[in-house]
Design a binder for this molecule. Sequence first.
Ligand code: GLC
Length: 572
Amino acid sequence: MNTSKYPWWLSEVVYQIYPRSFQDSNGDGIGDLPGIISRLDYLKDLGVTMLWLSPCFLSPMADNGYDISDYRAIAPEFGSMEDMDRLIAEAGKRSIKIMLDLVVNHSSDEHIWFQRALKDPEGPWGDYYIFRKTDRPLANWRSIFGGNVWEKAGDYYYYHTFHRKQPDLNWDNEKLREEVISIVRWWLDKGVSGFRVDAITFLKKEDFSRNYPPDGADGLANVGAFGQDVEGIGGYLTELKREAFDYKPCLTVAEAFGVKDENVAHYVGEDGYFDIIFDFKAADLDYAGEWYHRTSWTVKDWEDKIMHDQLRTQNYGWCANFIENHDQPRAASKYLKEYADRPEAVKTLGAMYFFLRGVPFIYQGQELGMVNFKRDHIGQFDDLSSIDVFQRGLAEGRSAEEMTGVLNLRSRDHGRTPYPWDKSRYGGFSDHKPWLEMTEEYPAINLKDQIQDPDSIYSFYKELICFRQKGKWKDCLRYGSIERYTSDNAGDSRGAGMDQVISYVRKYGDVKLYCWFNFSNRPVTVRLPCDVAAENEAELAEISWHTQDKVDIAGDVLCLRPWQSVVLRAGI
Ligand code: GLC
């Protein structure tokens, strides 16, 4: 079939790097751009084709770089602009593209624009931000990192969705929008091939005069619950796409919390504001509103959330598939819980999301099956959001012990610990004490051990990427449609039920792939669909791919082993 009608980026496998924690090259305990350059051969060998770098721009680092004070400069701890140019060039030589993080809902309060604005909130720079002359906050909205969204500055208050050191930019101001467009074009001219667009659903603000029912002891209401995808946002985003992203070919992926189902069509697809968007309903299935309001979820709840996004998006475009990022705990710990250290379970987790419809994203260390750490007290945490949640939990009457437990499940630091290249002190990340403690000081999970082991999680990820990129069914995996699929339980009633299995079908032309992923430590027997089952074993549909040694099929019954993934091609 002719695949040229599909977007080029459906062939990408994106790997996210948190520069601070990937590889230190100058012994200051902080990862940097030369460190990334020194690991490009590793990334090439793994098979990824694009690197998304979390922000490495000039920043006071209140939120580790998501507070930018100069969009056209590199933070000195990460290197120089020459290093960035070299990274783009060296990655290019290996056919690896670079995606940058575009953080333009807010800047740092140390950005020169804000510094000037503070001096004259009524003047032209003041209009780059959202200032109001008032003696109290306009409403009771809680910012994402705690406290009211309105922060006092002299006779004025300014608005921040996130931390008070991250004042929101005023997208109603045409001059500000022109600045952003010119920043995007400037980086495209430098040779970057994509943008991950931060917190973009917050650009348009709700009516400031409106109070919401408080949802916490502080009397405030979380702005995340009502302040996203607000009507009118489309004007800004249409312009951003037309004037900035369409300037040169690039892949845009938006961090898009809170996009309403009926608005997905506006966000993705050929006419969408972005190419693809991250949806967070599956990633955040373990809590309700607050990290300390834990949910008890089932495999079916998880599957429902995944498929909801897959199916709503399929009508218009493609998904951005991920299980980890720098804001999330480690996926093995979150989804597999007490089985997080079972390699076969981690592999099935990897395969399940990797074969979904859309572009796969891998977060650094995920390919090793990294797990959450366990810390004893709040002083061991760096992430400002963790510290805020801890304090709010205490204010709600929870104990420090309970809240430390919550952070051990949910802190954003889990994904930010230094990359464990080997077992040496500081894991080969640095020869200096790292800025954040390693997951373990002498890592049990490390690349050096895994790279030598053909059965390791690393080797599995490499194979997974290769299967998607070069395997026999690559067109189906890249371009095929997706459907839910629920088989009937068959045979052995002592096994676990289908409610422990995530399954779906991918279809492209005359290729139809049935995919099953057993998320149970017990076998599950599945009655095969009639286009797969056959009386005669020789006529059985092709076994396309599986984890573990063997696929156990007898007649029309497939027995999935504990934590096994199986992909079967339907007979023709
Ligand atoms: C996004 C980023 C997160 C950051 C926040 C504010 O959610 O992923 O790390 O703290 O935006 O920029």
